[in-house]
Design a protein around this ligand. Structure first.
Ligand code: GTP
Ligand code: MG
Length: 408
């Protein structure tokens, strides 16, 4: 089986790759605290002292959190509304009062609607009225998988398995194709579904990295809500000192989910802010520091250097820090996501991937492409802007939602 469709469309993914960003400032020197650190707690009673090496502001001098101004960034009112309706409410959490919305699977299913229409319905149409599985049908199937952004490797694996089964006469009926693809996809995704949760009393650091607008800050907000509701103490570190209003955006989330945040002024050294934030986290004994970082393109060497520097600086306090580094990918970036995985992994060594905005694309197959790119765990997927729209990645639930019967 030759990848004819792919050959015809080969240049397309490259053309769709993101434009180079405008010039970004060089990272500053490695000194720990160039600017005074603001502790902008979203909660009362969680103020702590710095480690002594840092300039964490003492209680009382904390700058009151200013309301975030980000236009499309977490709109508190709307988001609050959206946070109404999960089937796993946790008392006292922003997720607690939800009753109106469809259940978790329903939300996942709805979030993947466009991808399902693209993939599952196309397969349905393909086999409609067909009596046998012949080469022409298999070639069309291959095109459908590639169009769903499964990528070459995952498409090849699925096609190989389906073709072998056809040759062995195990798969004759075209209507059984759907189930065969579903199973092959499940086998690709299953090894990547590896849950991660903070550990109480460990003061670990989770650093979020990714290109501009991938959903890092939003994902941090959603994760904070989830883990806070599960009883973990969380501190946020405003390491995106590059983009205007990035700190305010994180503070908006901190306020909304009631977790404290350590920040400095705009333009401060990212490594220095996060060093201070980690010192504060250790001093307070919080379970997890989640470090926000500036968006960058994987091609921006100096920004990649800044991430490496953040890593080095955190490791001065604990060689194991940062304990987790997760790449946040926008599902809509298509096959360019694969380059991002490669290059961020090369630069900082990833321990997980979050794939956001699956609700905004018909190309949810990219999850399979990412799964085949590197053997990295896919931790969470985002299927909407609401707090509860970030789901721990489950291969079964994902495949079920993607292949749910139309109208079910
Ligand atoms: N529909 C949808 N929107 C999302 C999802 N995740 C994030 N977003 C939106 O994507 C936009 C960008 O998200 P941010 O969290 O600001 O992205 P970022 O990676 O922090 O961006 P920079 O700080 O510029 O690097 C926001 O409008 C979010 O609401 C998702 O799963 N679904
Ligand atoms: Mg951000």
């Amino acid at each position: 089986m030759v990848f004819n469709w792919f050959k015809r469309n080969k240049g397309k993914a490259e053309e769709e790759s993101i434009d180079a960003d405008a010039a970004a400032p060089e990272p500053k020197g490695e000194s720990a605290a160039d600017a005074p650190t603001r502790d902008v707690s979203g909660t009362t009673g969680e103020q702590g002292t710095g480690s002594g090496e840092t300039s964490v502001a003492p209680p009382g001098t904390a700058t009151p959190p200013s309301r975030p101004a980000p236009q499309s960034k977490p709109e508190p009112e709307q988001a609050q509304d959206e946070a109404v309706g999960t089937s796993e409410p946790v008392l006292g959490s922003p997720l607690a009062t939800e009753t109106r919305r469809p259940g978790l699977f329903g939300r996942l299913r709805e979030g993947l609607r466009r991808s399902r229409e693209q993939l599952s319905n196309s397969v349905e149409q393909l086999v409609l009225g067909k009596k046998v599985i012949d080469d022409a049908l298999l070639e069309d199937l291959e095109a459908i998988l590639l169009q769903a952004d499964m990528g070459v490797a995952a498409t090849r694996e699925i096609m190989d398995r389906v073709t072998q089964r056809v040759r062995r006469n195990e798969l004759k009926d075209p209507t059984a194709l759907r189930a065969a693809i579903r199973q092959a996809l499940l086998d690709i995704l299953q090894p990547r579904a590896q849950d991660w949760t903070p550990q109480k009393g460990q003061t670990q650091v989770l650093m979020m990295v990714g290109i501009n607008g991938a959903g890092k800050t939003t994902t941090i907000g959603k994760l904070s809500a989830r883990w806070k509701a599960e009883g973990y103490s969380i501190l946020l570190g405003a390491g995106d000192t590059f983009r205007a209003a990035a700190v305010e955006q994180l503070q908006g989330w901190a306020e909304r989910v009631q977790v404290p945040v350590i920040a400095q002024g705009a333009g401060a050294d990212s490594a220095s802010v996060l060093y201070d934030a980690y010192a504060a986290a250790r001093a307070r004994g919080v379970d997890l520091l989640i470090a926000d970082t500036a968006g960058r393109l994987h091609t921006q060497a100096h920004l990649m250097e800044e991430l490496k520097k953040v890593k080095r600086v955190l490791a001065k306090q604990d060689p194991a820090a940062p304990h987790q580094i997760w790449l946040v990918l926008d599902a809509g970036t298509g096959q360019n996501a694969l380059q991002q995985v490669q290059q961020f992994h090369e630069a900082v060594g990833l321990t997980g991937i979050c794939i956001t905005k699956l609700d905004g694309t018909a190309k949810g197959g990219v999850v399979a492409a990412v799964a085949k790119a590197l053997p990295l765990p896919i931790r969470f997927i985002g299927v909407g802007e609401g707090v509860e729209d970030l789901r721990p990645f489950s291969a079964e639930a994902f495949v079920d939602a993607l292949f749910a019967e139309s109208g079910s």
